[in-house]
Ligand binder design. Structure first.
Ligand code: ACO
Length: 328
């Protein structure tokens, strides 16, 4: 009997502070109408200085563990998909491990930007199916607003902060669990979204780094064109690998970067409105947290129930993209 990687608990956490489009109009030359028409975003959550990626992650992890009735000692591994860790090192996963009291668990981060949760869940699934762990905590979390240039209207309107976590357990005799995963990357597109300062190329301590970008750069139009194709391609490939088609999907939870990108993926896959989960209007692009926050809200709203087939898809800096098909 094969072992399946089943999500048995989920939770999310976002900062209390809301930044509306009207607030942004007082900061940069923009309008609510432009932001809503081009992105679908109406407001986003902004973390306080104390609300680091690990702080939001620990709050989310505790909710997921409560739903799964998971004792901290049961967690064997913590995997966090993030590109905005508290520090370059130690890993944010180690801070989460300590924060939830999972003594003895292994911990590492996965750096795949807005596809971070897709990648991290895929690793967890493979480890569980391979018998290397029985219970894994997977987190998707980012605080991109801490790295935004608040004078750049083309990027500062897009991002928000948040975290979400799932408890994944090994189960036998079930068709629930991770069904198929597609992970893809194209480093040629690395130049389209980056944060230059803070790594080994441009260390903060190097005076020469002063002339480099210390905030997020994004070539929006290039990323948009890439995303429209990548979302559909990854979903079609995951469905093909599973021997399924889009009519088998009960709920589609795409990365929430831009409503127009979601609408184009929905059209390509031929999915009706009621099968597409959208919350971009309230949170903006929360990067690695975007997909699991969507899953968490879908569960809380009763739109995602055990046994349903959910398809998730994400894309982001790297460039990276990928999809997970999950029998919830
Ligand atoms: N308010 C008003 N006008 C604006 C704003 C704004 N906030 N931002 C840009 N504009 C202007 C531009 O200056 C430009 O004016 P111009 O024609 O006079 O030069 C005009 O609006 C059109 O700009 P575009 O960039 O062509 O607008 P577009 O329709 O492409 O929308 C957007 C821009 C929303 C950024 C879009 O390209 C997009 O969503 N791209 C994908 C972003 C994404 O999904 N990133 C995910 C990865 S993030 C990660 O991995 C960390």
């Amino acid at each position: 009997m094969s072992t399946r990687a089943v999500i048995e608990g989920i939770g999310h956490s976002v900062p209390d502070r809301v930044l509306t489009n009207d607030d942004l109009m007082k900061m940069v030359d923009t309008t609510d109408e432009w932001i809503v028409q081009r992105t679908g975003i109406r407001e986003r959550r902004i973390s306080s200085p104390e609300e680091t990626t690990s702080v939001l992650s620990i709050r989310a992890a505790k909710k997921a563990m409560a739903m799964a009735d998971a004792d901290p000692g049961e967690i064997e591994l913590v995997i966090c998909g993030t590109v905005t860790g508290d520090m370059p090192f130690p890993s944010t996963s180690c801070l989460i491990q300590e924060g939830i009291g999972a003594k003895g668990a292994g911990a590492f981060d996965v750096g795949a930007a807005c596809a971070g949760f897709i990648y991290a869940l895929s690793v967890a699934g493979a480890m569980i199916e391979g018998g290397q762990a029985k219970t894994i905590l997977v987190v998707g979390a980012d605080t991109l607003t801490k790295f935004v240039d608040w004078t750049d209207r083309s990027t500062c309107v897009l991002f928000g902060d948040g975290a979400a976590a799932v408890v994944v357990r090994a189960r036998q005799n079930t068709d629930r669990g991770l069904v198929k995963t597609v992970l893809l990357a194209d480093g040629e597109g690395a130049k389209h979204i980056d944060l230059q300062v803070g790594g080994s190329l441009h260390p903060v301590s190097d005076p020469a780094s002063a002339s480099c970008r210390s905030t997020i750069y994004m070539a929006g139009a290039e990323v948009y064109r890439f995303a429209v194709n990548a979302m559909g391609d990854a979903c079609c490939r995951a469905l093909e690998l599973a021997g399924m088609d889009s009519t088998d999907v009960d709920l589609f939870v795409p990365h929430q970067a831009n409503l127009r990108i979601i609408e184009s993926a929905k059209a390509r896959l031929g999915l009706p409105d009621e099968k597409v989960f959208i919350n971009v209007e309230r949170f903006g692009n929360t990067s690695g947290a975007s997909i699991p926050i969507g899953l968490s809200e879908a569960v809380a709203q009763g739109r995602l129930k055990p046994g349903m087939l959910v398809m998730t898809v994400g894309f982001g800096a790297g460039l990276v993209w990928g999809a997970n098909l999950i029998r919830w």
